[in-house]
Design a protein around this ligand. Structure first.
Ligand SMILES: [Zn+2]
Length: 346
């Protein structure tokens, strides 16, 4: 779709005056890749301008581990990612680590970019739940039980992404992990969890859980996306769903058509569960892949949007297609801010 200038202006104004959040970015891992490539001040050099242009106030950074580091190198790589993120935050006053609601409010009041740290899969801690406490102390405030793998806690949907469903719910240890996380005050993310696991989480979780980066399975069939029933259950218990910008989950490659498809996912989710239960969780991964390849790889292959500074184009598309401004304000960040105000420690 062609975006009309009046909607672009409206979107830019909203992004500069209202809270804007991205609930999923592999930021910590990407920072480590850059630092290991010999770079310094990576946040300032690679992120600051784009995030400012997009008006972002909150980035939820995963600690994501690639298969090659598991199991032996997992804990070390995870701590290394967290260490680099903390160093980068120390060096850059425009960012701050969000460990509680006070930090979140500070990020908004002082117009800084809050970074909230969470684990994308707990493969690297096995069933050593005491490590959750250790990770809490260094700022980790949430986790998903598994990435698209099977581990000691649950099964993910890696094979499912090939349209083969993975059966089997949470293990006893997985149920225990949810309990320990809730005791600490960590939020739970169900993106990547398989369908049986989702049902088990619904049965055992007592605090609102979220899906930080998943789309609608009705709009595009992929087991990484949520069914209508799953979205309704998630929303009913107070969770928020983040729109994923990866072409494998959107169903279209980059370009004008992709913008329409992103809107279709988001509008469908909003119509199914309420516009106050959806947000952005783009999972931008081209820059990560680029950093992993030492900058030699061609950019913009998997992401439907080029980067954070292009997000207002999606917001403008939603406005142009008729979403009311009040709903859009929630989608771009208000809904995630409300969710994290509820689940983070005061
Ligand atoms: Zn993911």
């Amino acid at each position: 779709m062609q975006i009309q200038e009046q909607y672009m202006e409206q979107a830019r104004r909203l992004h500069q005056t209202c809270p804007v959040a991205d609930a999923h970015l592999d930021l910590a891992g990407e920072l480590l890749l850059h630092v290991n490539n010999g770079e310094r001040e990576v946040l300032r050099r690679h992120y600051l301008d784009e995030l400012r242009e997009g008006g972002f106030n909150l980035i939820v950074s995963s600690v994501y581990l690639e298969n090659e580091y598991l199991p032996e190198m997992g804990l070390r790589k995870a701590l290394d990612q967290i260490g680099v993120l903390l160093e980068e935050l120390d060096q850059n006053e425009e960012f701050l680590l969000v460990k509680n609601v006070r930090d979140l409010d500070r990020a908004l009041e002082e117009d800084r970019i809050g970074v909230l740290l969470y684990l994308e899969g707990m493969d690297f801690i096995g069933t050593d739940f005491r490590l959750l406490r250790t990770l809490w102390e260094v700022g980790v405030r949430g986790a998903s039980l598994t990435w698209s793998r099977r581990n000691a806690l649950a099964s993910g949907c890696c094979v499912a992404s090939k349209r083969i469903p993975v059966p089997g719910g949470l293990t006893d240890e997985g149920v225990e992990a949810v309990r320990r996380m809730e005791e600490l005050g960590m939020f739970l993310d169900v993106s990547h969890l398989n369908d049986d696991g989702f049902e088990d989480v619904c049965a055992v979780a007592s605090r609102p859980f979220a899906a930080t980066h998943s789309n609608s399975r009705t709009i595009y069939f992929n087991y990484r996306n949520l069914t209508d029933e799953q979205m309704q259950k998630l929303a009913a218990q107070g969770g928020v769903i983040g729109l994923n910008g990866c072409r494998f989950l959107v169903g279209r490659d980059q370009g004008e058509e992709a913008l329409d498809w992103l809107c279709s996912h988001l509008e469908y989710m909003a119509a199914s569960v309420g516009a106050d239960k959806v947000g952005y969780g783009f999972d931008f991964c081209d820059a990560y892949d680029d950093a992993r390849a030492g900058g030699t790889r061609k950019k913009n292959h998997n992401d439907c949007l080029v980067s954070h500074c292009h997000v207002p184009e999606l917001t403008a598309a939603l406005l142009q297609r008729g979403m009311p401004e009040e709903d859009v304000k929630g989608v771009i960040g208000g809904n995630w801010i409300r969710y994290f105000r509820q689940v983070l420690p005061k």
